[in-house]
Write a new protein. Structure first.
Length: 671
């Protein structure tokens, strides 16, 4: 009997994609910012609660001695190098033939992103895992229910694996290659096996339980109590209490979820890269602004059309966000909009890159995992480490749905009437690939504002200057360019140092701003490189300083012009910087709950929204919005229009955010 192929509605597929990316939450306005899950491994003793937009949080390693290195200072560096960033792993036993030259196993000041290659991954990770296995056995023999004998060595236990695995996964996201994928895929099961071994360690779990039940509990700080409580809960979620046969089944599920998650993200990225639309006739892309035409021509040049120009083409449209969004919002050619829209929403849904079976299998395995742990469904497992319950989350979503519904219906009616009055189509003909286009026309008509015409006022250098000035005003910090201090993975990446009011470095971060569809996944995210930690202090006094990644996919420079940003891209940079600041400005020295660690996933958006809202603050915006050629400040009346347009189609946006589909699917899928 032929098997019926399951087909998911377009809207459902988009929601499923966001649902499956359990390690990430899309931006508030990121219908395009699809994000790949790198690790579905549950929270464990050694894995602090992950930041939803990030890769797996760093792990920690005890037998790797932290040591003070003599740090070099580039002649182009403006930031003072701290004496407590360098990471030393000299105690790892290395194969003198294969490991001595491996940058993953060398002491470094900052991750050696410029020299790490796929060939380093297999021997590097395996050397680390060999030592970690030995370290864990020794730790379990000597563990005691006290802070110095339990938590501190545990935090150290897998430090190098954290940094190194984070490094190679970061490279996979920003500098993807078939060779790197293959190397990660080969060693990933070994890495997960060790994680499961550590996460299910009964000696460690029992020691945490003993601390909680002992008289010393009352003397612990709030941060320390939070660590103990979290580790106990997460150990249970890791299967520590399961019988041997169930634990074996649990571990098989975790391995398969890890593999499927990687494959899912790779399929989405490959499907995005695979699509190209070559356009020769300028009439076909009528309506596209000059910036978009320049990007399309620049893309054509990179694809071998060396004679491509902004004026005469040819032009290449891709599914990368800057190209895709421009077509959907500005292309008058409805057929082109439909073609690009359908290509985008059906990515990874057919052929060799089809994710349909992967979606089904992930849902099935998640339910099996939940049942093994004693939960009714995976939604309950997910909510176990959040502030809300399934019931409270559904209650809130329903309130938002009710509050947004009438306004969203009116939004659509307004759009139908407007498009019909323009003589473009009958109201009932308005469909998915028309909504963004006519929304932009209605916004322009209603508020006399054109986002594309605002680009010259939002050049990336000016935006970053304004953002850093705002951070100085609010937090009393100085942010200095430190290019040359740390190796980077692409010449467009900038490196910065954050200093306190006394001029002392307190944190560092990388900023990778531009879209690179050939090697970089879509979306915008922040992630940690290392976190602040007293235990991992190289000099035994000052804590190790935090380092972060901040990654966007905005419009790259075109020709001799700097990156000219849309207002939405400005908001995205502010948004991600809010996440980065939470990680970098922490004063908490307990590494397992410092910065973005230990934050419940339903609370992580507070700092990002806080920073994003400053984009509408008059003094802040006027400080940013300077014409890149003339230096002219954004006219006052334009600022007023931006402010007025802030709530344009707010009902529709809120309704989209309030969807309960992902939650209800996992909640109702209990059989």
């Amino acid at each position: 009997m032929a098997q019926t192929r399951k087909v998911y509605p377009v809207g459902a597929v988009l929601l499923i994609i966001n649902l499956l990316m359990a390690s990430r939450i899309p931006l508030s306005r990121s219908i395009l910012l699809l994000q790949r899950t790198n690790n579905h491994f549950p929270h464990s003793h050694f894995t602090p609660k992950r930041f939803p937009k990030s890769y797996p949080c760093p792990l920690w390693s005890s037998s790797f001695s932290s040591c003070l290195q003599t740090l070099h200072q580039s002649s182009t560096t403006t930031a003072t190098t701290p004496p407590y960033i360098s990471i030393c792993y000299s105690s790892i036993s290395k194969d003198p033939v294969t490991d001595e030259a491996n940058p993953l196993l060398q002491d470094f000041e900052f991750p050696p992103y410029d020299v790490v290659e796929a060939s380093h991954v297999r021997p590097g990770i395996r050397a680390i895992l060999r030592n970690l296995e030995s370290d864990l056995e020794e730790f379990e023999r000597t563990v005691e229910p006290s802070w110095p004998k339990l938590v501190e060595p545990l935090e150290k236990l897998v430090d190098q694996l954290t940094v190194v695995w984070g490094m190679i996964n970061h490279l996979k996201a920003v500098k993807d290659s078939p060779e790197l994928r293959a190397a990660i895929e080969e060693v990933q099961p070994e890495k997960v096996k060790f994680q499961l071994r550590l996460g299910q360690s009964k000696p460690i779990y029992n020691a945490f339980k003993a601390i909680q039940d002992s008289p010393q509990w009352s003397s612990l700080s709030d941060a320390q109590k939070r660590i103990v409580e979290s580790q106990i809960k997460e150990a249970v979620l890791n299967g520590v209490a399961l019988d041997d046969d169930k634990r074996e089944q649990f571990n098989k599920i975790e391995q398969e979820l890890e593999r499927l998650s990687q494959k899912f993200g790779e399929n989405v990225l490959d499907a995005t890269k695979k699509f190209e639309k070559l356009i020769i006739d300028k009439k076909d892309i009528e309506g596209l602004p000059a910036t978009s035409l320049g990007l399309a021509a620049q893309t054509a040049v990179s694809k071998g059309h060396t004679d491509a120009t902004v004026e005469n083409g040819p032009w290449i449209i891709t599914l990368d966000a800057p190209s895709f969004m421009s077509v959907m919002q500005h292309a008058r050619n409805r057929g082109l909009r439909e073609e690009i829209y359908r290509a985008y929403v059906t990515r990874a849904s057919s052929g060799d890159l089809n994710n349909t079976a992967i979606i089904d299998e992930i849902l099935k395995l998640r339910l099996e995992k939940a049942k093994l742990l004693g939960y009714n469904n995976y939604a309950e497992v997910s909510m176990a480490t959040k502030m809300a319950t399934v019931e409270k989350a559904e209650e809130l979503l329903e309130k938002l749905r009710k509050a947004s519904w009438d306004a969203a219906v009116q939004d659509m009616e307004d759009l139908k009437i407007f498009s019909k009055n323009q003589g473009a189509m009958e109201a009932n003909d308005l469909t998915h690939w028309d909504t963004s286009f006519w929304s932009e026309r209605l916004r322009e008509s209603k508020y006399d504002i054109n986002e594309e015409e605002l680009r010259p006022f939002f050049s990336l250098p000016k935006v970053m200057d304004g953002l850093f000035n705002l951070a100085k005003t609010i937090f009393g910090i100085d942010i200095e360019l430190a290019d040359g201090l740390a190796p980077v993975w692409n010449n467009d990446v900038k490196f910065y140092c954050i200093k306190d009011s006394l001029g002392s470095p307190i944190a560092y971060f990388y900023f990778d701003p531009y879209s690179r569809p050939s090697e970089k996944r879509g979306g915008a995210w922040m992630d940690e490189v290392v976190s602040r930690s007293r235990v991992l202090s190289p000099n035994g006094t000052a804590p190790r300083l935090p380092i972060a990644h901040m990654v966007c996919n905005q419009t790259p420079p075109v020709g001799k012009k700097p990156s000219l940003m849309t207002f939405r891209e400005v908001e995205t940079v502010f948004h991600e910087f809010g996440h980065a600041l939470q990680h970098m400005l922490t004063k908490q020295d307990e590494g397992l709950v410092a910065g973005i660690r230990g934050i419940e996933w339903d609370a992580v958006e507070l700092p990002s929204q806080f920073m994003e809202n400053w984009c509408y603050h008059r003094e802040t915006l006027m400080g940013i919005a300077k014409h890149y050629e003339t230096g002219e400040t954004l006219p006052e009346e334009v600022y007023s229009k931006l402010l007025a347009a802030r709530t344009f189609r707010a009902g529709s946006f809120s309704l989209r955010q309030a969807t309960s589909f992902p939650l209800s699917w996992h909640h109702s899928n209990s059989t």
